[in-house]
Ligand binder design. Structure first.
Ligand SMILES: [Zn+2]
Length: 440
């Protein structure tokens, strides 16, 4: 994880450095060519590939607007992108030298001069894809981006990830001795005390765990260069393993890798698996390095509970702008209309879970605010699932940044969140309450 951080940081540094250099070079070039009346070709600043099972994203970042057209060629499958007015060398320079064998969709990316003024980039594919190609305006340190999202023709179903998990009958039988894949028993001593307190329900408690940010969106960046997206994934994976080791509980991750997932997609994945609880995991940041402590947030139907909470919610909601959402995709609009439904019941439950989790976190770290706060976080807007957002600590605080990268602290944080969740469901056991029948 640390090595990865370093690489990420270096690529950001390289990008920043190169951009400064390019500006200078572009100016000189313009002086040379302007007498002839020819516009300088646009340079590619970076090409990034974000592979995942859900989809693979290729991002081309240009010094200027990128003009393009694209089409699919069959047998063998290829995505062909024709880029107009692009400097050929800048593409060649940034093409990934190798594609990971683990990439489910891409075999190879190559480029060549196609016809005057047009560079053709060819993505050789491992299988049939359904591409979404769109551009993003400069935002938060990024330049003009051309995004190629390669989706499978049939989207991956998060329910499938759960099939390998125990059936309700097995869970009710309390098969605690069966080791779970990747799971580690963490609370053996508590078992005999706890089990009688929760009647063996025939229904598993499903917890959707949402590691904040990912891919193009690093989230907050610490002073030592660690990325929020890596810390959140690491804590979420630990928590998932712990939850999966609990009898009667299972967890699903909204992302399990370094790639970007739009906020509405995170909510949709949780609803698809009929989650009983949604826990979004983040790390806070503030301009002042002495800001510290953990907090828990839930959605507010009205205004935010404090100016700071409103500011934070805006910052977290910006994830879609940084990470890059295809605005032509109507799914986002659909998700937004769902949230207009009454959420009072879910918010009341969210407050209860949030309080239980906050109390447990208070045992392992200072609290930034002693009470659960509220604001308009987009990722907490499932109309029918109690949802909380945990800011695990301040990544902008050097001491807390160190702790956030510390395995022991990540483990303690995961344990504390699990204790809070368990305490909540012990106090308010799941009934076979029918869920709102909402289309997704
Ligand atoms: Zn965040």
């Amino acid at each position: 994880m640390r090595k990865k951080n370093q690489e990420d940081r270096e690529s950001v540094d390289r990008r920043a450095g190169r951009r400064g250099f390019l500006r200078a070079a572009g100016g000189a070039l313009a002086l040379l060519v302007s007498p002839v009346g020819r516009a300088a070709a646009t340079r590619i600043i970076a090409i990034r590939v974000w592979p995942s099972d859900d989809y693979t994203r290729i991002t081309l970042e240009g010094a200027d607007d990128l003009r393009f057209s694209h089409h699919i060629v069959r047998n063998p499958e290829r995505l062909v992108v024709d880029l107009e007015g692009i400097e050929f060398e800048s593409i060649v320079q940034h093409l990934p030298s190798s594609i990971s064998d683990a990439d489910p969709y891409i075999k190879l990316i190559r480029a060549g001069r196609n016809r005057p003024g047009v560079v053709r980039m060819v993505v050789e594919l491992r299988k049939e894809i359904s591409p979404q190609v769109f551009t993003l305006k400069p935002y938060a340190g990024y330049g003009h981006r051309l995004v190629l999202d390669l989706y499978p023709p049939e989207p991956a179903d998060p329910l499938l990830a759960l099939i390998e998990k125990r059936t309700p009958a097995e869970a009710a039988a309390g098969d605690a001795a069966t080791p779970q894949r990747g799971g580690r028993r963490s609370s053996v001593s508590r078992e005999p005390v706890r089990r009688p307190t929760r009647p063996s329900v025939a229904r598993l408690i499903t917890v959707a765990l949402d590691p904040g940010h990912g891919g193009e969106d690093p989230g907050a960046v610490g002073r030592r260069g660690s990325f929020e997206k890596n810390v959140t994934l690491s804590i979420a994976r630990r928590l998932k393993a712990k939850i999966d080791s609990e009898p009667g509980m299972r967890a699903v991750l909204t992302r399990d890798g370094d790639y970007f997932v739009p906020l509405y997609q995170r909510v949709r994945k949780a609803r698809r698996v009929r989650a009983d609880l949604f826990v979004s995991i983040h790390a806070d940041a503030f301009i002042r390095p002495d800001a510290h402590g953990s907090s828990v947030f839930v959605l507010s139907e009205r205004g935010a509970s404090s100016a700071a909470a409103r500011w934070l919610a805006k910052k977290e909601n910006d994830a879609d702008l940084v990470g890059g959402v295809n605005l032509a995709n109507h799914d986002g609009h659909l998700a937004r209309t769902l949230i207009d439904l009454s959420q009072t019941a879910a918010i009341n439950d969210s407050m209860k879970v949030g309080a239980a989790v906050l109390a447990e976190i208070g045992g392992i770290n200072a609290l930034h605010k002693a009470r659960v706060e509220q604001a308009g976080f987009a990722v907490l807007k499932a109309p029918d699932i109690p949802s909380i957002l945990v800011e695990t600590a301040f990544i902008s605080n050097p001491d807390e940044e160190r702790r956030l990268n510390d395995r022991a602290y990540q483990d303690e944080m995961a344990d504390a969140i699990l204790r809070g969740i368990r305490r909540h469901f012990d106090q308010y056991p799941l009934t076979s309450r029918s869920k709102l029948a909402l289309a997704d």
